[in-house]
Design a protein around this ligand. Structure first.
Ligand code: BJW
Length: 284
C-alpha cells in the first residue's frame, strides 16, 4: 500500500471507471460530528443508539431533538473543499463516475455534485416520511428549522465560546411529548420521521440497484473517503469493487491504522489526513 501522490495520479489517469464511498469524515471539516470515536456522543447517548426505530418508538421526542439538532447544524454548515473536489471529479468523469454517500447532510448536493452521480445510501436529514411503515407519505427537501415549535431548543445558535446547553448531558431538557410532534398528514396516525435509514431498515432498493449496476459495468478504482467502513451493506461495496478488479484508495486520518478493515493490499493507496485537504490535492 502506498501514500505516494505522484503514483496515485498515474493510477488515476489509467483508471476509466471510478466509484467513491463516502462517510461522515468527509463532512468533519465542515463541523459535523462523525458517528464513532470522538464526537460520536450526543448528550449521553451514542449517536448510533438513537438511529433506530426502537429508539424512536421508545422516545420519539428525544430522537427528534437529536435530528433537529443535526438538521440545524447541517443547514448552518458549508460544504468543504473535499465535497467540491468530489463534485468536480463527477463532472470530469461523467458516466464513468458514481459516488455512494452514507451522509445525510446535503453538503455534497450543496457543493453542486451532479445528482445523477450521487447515490444517497442512508437517505437525507431533509426528507420526511411517515413512521407508519404501511403509509406512503414522503416529503422532499423540508428545511424547516426547527421542524416544529417543540424542537426549537435543538435549533438554537450560540455565540462562539458559549456552550450549547443541549449538548451538556447534565443540563435537563424539557421532554418533548408525542403530542407535540408533527403527525403524518396522509394517514393522520403515524408520526413524521426523518427519511434516513436506521439500523435494521432496508436501504432503498432502487438506490442499491443503481450502485450494483455501476459495479457490474466495471470499476477500476474505489475511493473510500471518511468512513470507518463498519456499516453494511455500504461497507460491502469496498470488497465488491475489489472483486471487480478495482484498486482501493482510502482517505481518512485512520487510513493506515485501520488498513485491515479496508482490506488494503499491494497496489492500493492510503492517505492519512483530512478529506478536505487531501481530496483537492489528489483530484487536482
Ligand atoms: C475523517 C475526518 C476527516 C474523521 N477527513 N475522514 C453484515 C454483517 C453484519 C451486520 C450487518 C450486515 N449487513 C447488515 C447488517 C446490520 C447493520 C450493520 O451494518 N451493522 C453493523 C454495525 C455491523 N446494517 C443495517 O442495519 C442496514 N440495513 C440493512 O442491512 O438492512 C437489511 C437488514 C435488515 C435487518 C437485519 C439485517 C439486515 C442499515 C444501516 C443504516 C445505518 N444508518 C446510520 C444512521 C443514518 C441516519 C443518521 O445519519 O442518523 O448511518 S448509522 C451511521 O453509520 C450512519 C452512517 O452513515 C453510518 C456509517 O458511519 P460512517 O460514515 O462510516 O461514520 P463513522 O463515524 O463510523 O466513521 C467516520 C470516519 O471518518 C472515521 O474513519 C474517521 O477516522 C474519519 N474521519 N475526521 C476524513 N477530517
Amino acid at each position: 500500500m502506498s501514500s505516494d501522490v505522484t503514483a496515485f495520479h498515474a493510477a488515476l489517469r489509467s483508471s476509466t471507471r471510478l466509484l467513491a464511498l463516502c462517510g461522515a469524515g468527509l463532512s468533519a471539516s465542515s463541523g459535523l460530528p462523525t458517528f464513532r470515536g470522538a464526537g460520536g456522543l450526543w448528550r449521553n447517548y451514542e449517536a448510533t443508539s438513537l438511529a433506530t426505530m426502537r429508539a424512536f418508538n421508545t422516545d420519539p421526542g428525544l430522537v427528534w431533538l437529536f435530528y433537529a439538532y443535526r438538521r440545524h447544524l447541517a443547514l448552518r454548515a458549508e460544504p468543504n473543499a473535499g465535497h467540491f473536489a468530489m463534485a468536480e471529479l463527477a463532472r470530469t468523469k461523467q458516466d464513468e463516475f458514481m459516488c455512494l454517500t452514507q451522509n445525510v447532510d446535503n453538503l455534497s448536493q450543496r457543493a453542486n455534485h451532479p445528482l445523477d452521480q450521487l447515490l444517497l445510501l442512508h437517505g437525507s436529514l431533509f426528507d420526511i416520511k411517515c413512521s407508519n411503515a404501511s403509509c406512503s407519505f414522503t416529503q422532499k427537501d423540508n428545511v424547516d428549522d426547527p421542524l416544529c415549535e417543540a424542537l426549537a431548543p435543538a435549533a438554537r445558535d450560540f455565540p462562539p465560546g458559549e456552550p450549547n446547553p443541549l449538548l451538556d448531558p447534565y443540563h435537563r431538557i424539557k421532554h418533548v411529548s408525542e403530542e407535540e410532534l408533527p403527525k403524518c398528514p396522509l394517514c393522520k396516525t403515524g408520526l413524521q420521521r426523518p427519511a434516513v435509514v436506521w439500523f435494521g431498515e432496508d436501504l432503498d432498493f432502487r438506490t442499491l440497484s443503481k450502485a450494483e449496476k455501476f459495479l457490474k459495468d466495471g470499476v477500476d478504482m474505489i475511493l473510500v473517503v471518511g468512513t470507518s467502513a463498519q456499516v453494511y451493506p455500504a461497507a460491502g461495496f469496498i470488497s465488491k469493487a475489489r472483486r471487480r478488479g478495482a484498486r482501493v484508495v482510502v482517505v481518512d486520518p485512520k487510513a493506515r491504522e485501520h488498513n485491515e478493515t479496508y482490506g488494503l493490499q499491494e497496489g492500493d493507496f492510503a492517505f492519512a489526513g483530512d478529506a478536505a485537504t487531501v481530496l483537492p490535492e489528489l483530484l487536482a
